[in-house]
Design a binder for this molecule. Structure first.
Ligand SMILES: NC(=O)c1ccc[n+]([C@@H]2O[C@H](COP(=O)([O-])OP(=O)(O)OC[C@H]3O[C@@H](n4cnc5c(N)ncnc54)[C@H](O)[C@@H]3O)[C@@H](O)[C@H]2O)c1
Length: 260
């Protein structure tokens, strides 16, 4: 039986990687999925694929670093479907940088999308959820936000720590409105972003991509890095009726890298 029947769901950063896996899974579970991404070509292609597979999906080009764009995303979802049942805040950016390499420009680029954009997207969607009697928010954080040392850079880790903290405050602020807010903290997950960060580490370390990837996998207790579907599985649960009494939590999906 489908677990998200008719749930109007916004997935940000849905064009590729983890967002694409979540959006595709939600469509298969019966949701109406609004695919939000800055990349028009990726978003339109996925919408077409999901519709051809029998799902319900629409693409809305959105820049999560831009508050007007976030408001347009929420408004257009409401005007098309009349409600927002689920928001998955997944869009984020990063690159491989050493501690002393991070510039103010890097900081602003990362935090504008990963923490500022995520907050205002939660706020805008929660206003709608409040008036309709409830909803679900799933924030994609990272184990970097809990101090995983092999992350892409310190500014990214800070932006994801902010997501974990905001998830808790949002959960307590919105609990009385029947809005559950949880975070997923992926570990090493094989997406385009992962391979981009790997290439940065190759340049800075002098090691080969294969050596770095093998060392990363060897450091994971379960011995395998995530596929994007590993994250989608938990994102379905957190949006489903089964998670009705779960809120404010930050769930690691990382093969045992972090215990917190
Ligand atoms: N891949 C990993 O190892 C890993 C680990 C931990 C956490 N995460 C988190 O998972 C999420 C997805 O990561 P991914 O690996 O799939 O990344 P990805 O780079 O492969 O995909 C990100 C998507 O977000 C879109 N995007 C980027 N900036 C945007 C903006 N300003 N507005 C709208 N869309 C934008 C991109 O076009 C892309 O489609 C992110 O929050 C990331 O921090 C990833």
């Amino acid at each position: 039986m489908a677990r998200l029947t008719d749930a109007v769901s916004i997935v940000t950063g849905a064009g590729r990687g983890i967002g694409k896996a979540i959006a595709s899974r939600y469509a298969r579970e019966g949701a109406v999925v609004v695919l939000a991404d800055i990349d028009q070509a990726l978003g339109e292609k996925l919408a077409q694929e999901l519709i051809e597979a029998g799902g319900r999906a629409v693409f809305q080009q959105s820049d999560l670093a831009n508050l007007s764009s976030i408001d347009r995303l929420v408004e257009s979802t409401c005007s098309s479907y009349g409600r927002i049942d689920v928001l998955v805040n997944n869009a984020a950016v990063t690159k491989s940088l050493g501690f002393f390499e991070v510039t103010e420009g890097d900081w602003d680029w990362i935090h504008n999308v990963n923490s500022k954009g995520l907050f205002f997207c939660m706020q805008s969607a929660a206003r709608v959820m409040q008036t309709q009697g409830g909803g679900r928010i799933v924030n994609i954080a990272s184990i970097a936000g809990k101090g995983y040392p092999a992350t892409s850079n310190v500014s990214y880790a800070g932006s994801k720590g902010a997501v974990i903290a905001m998830t808790r405050i949002a959960a307590s602020s919105l609990a009385g409105d029947n809005i559950n807010v949880n975070a997923i903290c992926p570990g090493v997950t094989r997406t385009d972003l992962y391979y981009e960060v790997m290439r940065g580490k190759v340049r800075s370390s002098g090691k080969s991509e294969e050596e770095i990837m093998a060392a990363l996998d060897a450091s994971i207790p379960i011995g395998r890095s995530n596929e994007p579907d590993d994250i989608a599985d938990l994102a379905v649960f957190l949006a489903s009726a089964e998670a009705r009494n779960v809120t404010g939590q930050s769930w690691n999906v990382d093969g045992g890298l972090m215990w917190d």
